[in-house]
Structures are given as structure tokens and as C-alpha cells.
Design a binder for this molecule. Structure first.
Ligand SMILES: [Zn+2]
Length: 239
């Protein structure tokens, strides 16, 4: 019996080492059949079903400060923890996603590109402030969402958006998401220099030695049922 327990403990510890914290990435949320579900769109009711499945399965959300602190201390992530993120500043992040998150007692991370602030169909300054005041994390997604070759002015893309979001929220902005999930060594260096503590990409594995600036996210497909989402999250932890 003793031997069995030792073997089981070893397996558990290996599993824990391989397991990464699931960080989910959503883009646009649609209502009333405006767009078919795909990688960049999810119907409001489908999103609700996915969140309900997470909640019913015992998942809770943590925020990047906790993730980064645990990584720094080489401590395991809490069981059944995940992070839920939203890219591209769509106004529905405030009007549709935030109330659903609230319903399930989840908190989210909103990566905002500042060029769209107050534009039609995008988050307003007041929305961003409200998200932050409600306990969500407001983070940066550049000024105008460039491709890697399009970072002409590092200040304009990385430093000014951070300062602007800090001014709007009254809170520090520590986190960044690469547009298109795309990065290179030069972009990582400038993201660090701009004062960000960590940066998120999309589906690729984190780069060894640069984990904090290549944090992985799972792009959630709007076609996934709640059960499929759980399945993909389990796979994500083993790949
Ligand atoms: Zn984006």
C-alpha cells in the first residue's frame, strides 16, 4: 500500500509540473445571431453556457498578479483556477461579458487598444473605468494593433497606452497582450522597457527563459460547447 501511495504521489507531482494555468482568450461577443460562432465570435448565450460549465465544474478565476506571483515563487497554481481574457476593446465586453462574469462571480482581464476608445462599437473611457472599478483588470493591447513589422513608434504603441489606461483607471497597468499573439525578441525587449510585468501571446507554448513575456492563452472557439471547452483546457495542460 505504501508503495502504491508513493507511485501515485510521483504521478501527481509530474502532472502538476506539466499543468499550466488555463488562460482563456475571447474576442467578439455577438447577440441575436449577428455572426456565426467561430474563433473570433461567440454568441452571448453560448458564452453564458461556457461560463456556466466552468462554474458548475468548480472553476474560479484568478488575476495576472496572482499568476505572476506564483510563477516567481515556483508555486503551483490553485486547482480549478483559470484566467479569462478579452481582446480588442469591443463595447460588448462591458455591456454583455461583464454582467455574465459578475453572475458567475468571475473576474476578467480586458486588453484594450487605445486608438478605439470612445469609437462606435468599442469600449468608451467610462466603460474602461467601470470595468476597473468592478474589480476586473484593464491591460494594454497597444495603440492601434500593429503587426510585428508595424511598431514604428515604441512610445506610441507601448508607453503612452499604458499611461493613458493608468490615468483612466487610477490603477497601475502591468500587463500586455501582443496583437495577433505575435512577438519577437525586439518587441519583448521594448515591452519590458515600457514597464510591463508580463505579456500574453496566443496558442503557442511559452518560450523557455522568457516565460513571463510569452504567456500562453487558449483561443476559445465560439463553436465549443461547455464540455468541449473543458476538454480543450485539459489538453492545454498536457501539451
Ligand atoms: Zn487583438
Amino acid at each position: 500500500m505504501k508503495r502504491l501511495i508513493v507511485i501515485w504521489c510521483c504521478c501527481l507531482s509530474l502532472t502538476t509540473t506539466a499543468q499550466q494555468l488555463p488562460v482563456l482568450c475571447y474576442h467578439n461577443i455577438t447577440t441575436a445571431g449577428q455572426h456565426k460562432n467561430d474563433l473570433l465570435h461567440i454568441d452571448r448565450d453560448q458564452f453564458d453556457r461556457q461560463l456556466k460549465t466552468l462554474s458548475d465544474s468548480g472553476y474560479h478565476t484568478i488575476l495576472p498578479d496572482e499568476m505572476v506571483a506564483l510563477m516567481a515563487q515556483h508555486k503551483p497554481f490553485p486547482p480549478r483556477a483559470c484566467i479569462i481574457t478579452f481582446d480588442d476593446s469591443h463595447d460588448v465586453h462591458y455591456s454583455v461579458a461583464a454582467p455574465l462574469l459578475q453572475h458567475y462571480h468571475f473576474k476578467g482581464v480586458f486588453f484594450v487598444m487605445t486608438v478605439t476608445l470612445n469609437k462606435p462599437h468599442y469600449l468608451s473611457v467610462a466603460n474602461v473605468k467601470a470595468l476597473s472599478d468592478e474589480g476586473h483588470v484593464v491591460a494594454s493591447h497597444t495603440w492601434d494593433h500593429p503587426f510585428p513589422a508595424g511598431y514604428k513608434d515604441w512610445n506610441k504603441e507601448l508607453v503612452t497606452p499604458r499611461q493613458q489606461l493608468e490615468k483612466i483607471t487610477g490603477r497601475p497597468v502591468w500587463y500586455f497582450a501582443y496583437p495577433f499573439g505575435a512577438y519577437n525578441d525586439s518587441i519583448i525587449m521594448h515591452v519590458k522597457q515600457a514597464g510591463y510585468k508580463a505579456a500574453f501571446q496566443l496558442n503557442r507554448l511559452p518560450v523557455a527563459g522568457k516565460e513571463l513575456y510569452t504567456l500562453r492563452r487558449l483561443m476559445v472557439d465560439g463553436r465549443w460547447s461547455g464540455a468541449q471547452l473543458l476538454h480543450e483546457m485539459a489538453l492545454y495542460g498536457t501539451q
